[in-house]
Design a protein. Sequence first.
Length: 226
Amino acid sequence: MNPFQFEDLSGTFSAFDVAAALGLALVLSLLIAWTYRATHRNISYSQSYVQTLVVLGMLIALIMLVVGSNIARAFALVGALSVVRFRNAIKETRDVGFIFLVMGVGMACGTRFYLLAVTATIAICLVILLMHRFDLFRLNVQRQVVKVQVPPDHDRTAVIADVLIRCTTEFELVSTESIRGGALTELFYTVRLKKGVSPGDLVAALREHNAGQRVAVLTGYDQTDL
């Protein structure tokens, strides 16, 4: 047997196969990571997450090399990996999509479908870049989130609603929450400000009816982690 070949139960693969699979997985994962970084908009950017994308692509390629066509080994790996738990929740659906993308590319590299891995990576990254460049599927409606803290002694929702009717074209009460051990009630609204009304104007109008408690208007909340 050639000393630069590896023998497993599913056949033989050379050191070149290992280097090609891991090397191509690295290059394609770096391309995907760059695409993610270039098209990221929200403030929740994580360098650790992007680095994990690169490592994950290579790891999946390695796993596919180990598994080969051995069904018993595949089930053993599924059982071993099922004990892995992640503390950090994925904040965006888009992030999950990139995880599946690097996993798919890693699987293609590990099973030595190199042309498929390269073609799929280039095509999908190009689609992502085009959607980002032309801002496709954007809903051109700017809304704000309004948080108003009021004393719980009186029901002030009607008064707050009167202010919102004057300053907004539409509004909706999202939630009512008791805070500070019941000392205050916090009201959450989504609103669309009328033309010519600034967030500062709305804050000033609400402060006149909430006994001097805190008022906050968040603009562009669809790009912000609340």
